[in-house]
Design a protein around this ligand. Sequence first.
Ligand SMILES: [Zn+2]
Length: 381
Amino acid sequence: MAFDFATASRIRFGEGTAREVAGAAASLGRRSLVVTGRSAGRFAALLNGPRFAVPGEPTIDLIRQGLALAREHRCDVVVSIGGGSAIDTGKALAALLANSGDPLDYLEVIGRGLPLENPSAAFIAVPTTAGTGSEVTRNAVLASPEHRVKASLRSATMLPRLAVVDPELAYDLPPAITASTGLDALTQLIEPYVSSRANPMTDLYCVEGIRAAAPALPHAFLNGRDAPARRAMAWASLLGGLALANAGLGAVHGFAAPIGGMFPAPHGAVCAAILPQATAVNVRALRSRAPQSPALSRYDEVARLLTGRPHATASDAVTFVADLCRRLEIPSLAAYGIGPSDISTLAEKAARSSSMQANPIVLLSEELREILTLALPATTN
Ligand SMILES: [Zn+2]
């Protein structure tokens, strides 16, 4: 047994912990850049400092603007309060504040991919959705609209100095965001558990997280102020982040990367739309080509954790996630302008994506196209 495990330097979890953020930021530096989602004022009371609002998933240009603002105000700490977009933006800004040059110098795939020489400026991540787990991951996903791709800035030194997970921050999320981010969180627990890179430490997080998320998500969707449900989802999302950062993902995220690069579709919504189909095709492929694979018994275990039934098998996991997506009114991929003519390109790109490399079985190109074809039409009726 051998594995590597890295995470944020410190994690604070619990209702009310967001009130500690100002004090924590003051202890790390003189001036904080506060990175928020679209509505910069929403958590204004929590923290002072120049504000940088992130209107959508971050682009390279947005990072250049944020960097100029942070330098102008001589910020030495970055605090992100928001969803995955705000956290990834802050994480990238903290890394680039400490390293000269342009974001493209350090980006994988479309940039020069140079290593980040210096450790990031102090970075505090405060998630307000229970979805991405980005508060404990070491990469920031940035979009390049002109290349129509997403690529990561990645370094172990980008792990946040502090992650503050306060379930109360998600109380006012609209149901549709609760649904898509919650299903992303669930995907980020299932994929690392069946991943070819799973390890005994990430297994613990996945088992606990799936068990917590499955019953809680419908409650959080129906009543945003259901405190136990919000707590369970914040916990599950954190566990998913811990797991994916150390065990990788799989086919769902393998598709999410090229789809997010080519279409204006939110990451969580894409993952939610693909999870049932990718699970079904993975299970079928394992049964037919690798019936002895340990991933199959892991899918059986996923089914037991999802359903709470001791004799559930992999097929029950497929049924469970499909039913859950219907109950949570997850739109199909067609809602984001993806059509049948995009399937071949997306399947080819997905086959090469980094997440796909951790999928428990190498999927054939017709299986990749099948997943997308099944995820295209409306799944809500
Ligand atoms: Zn995800």
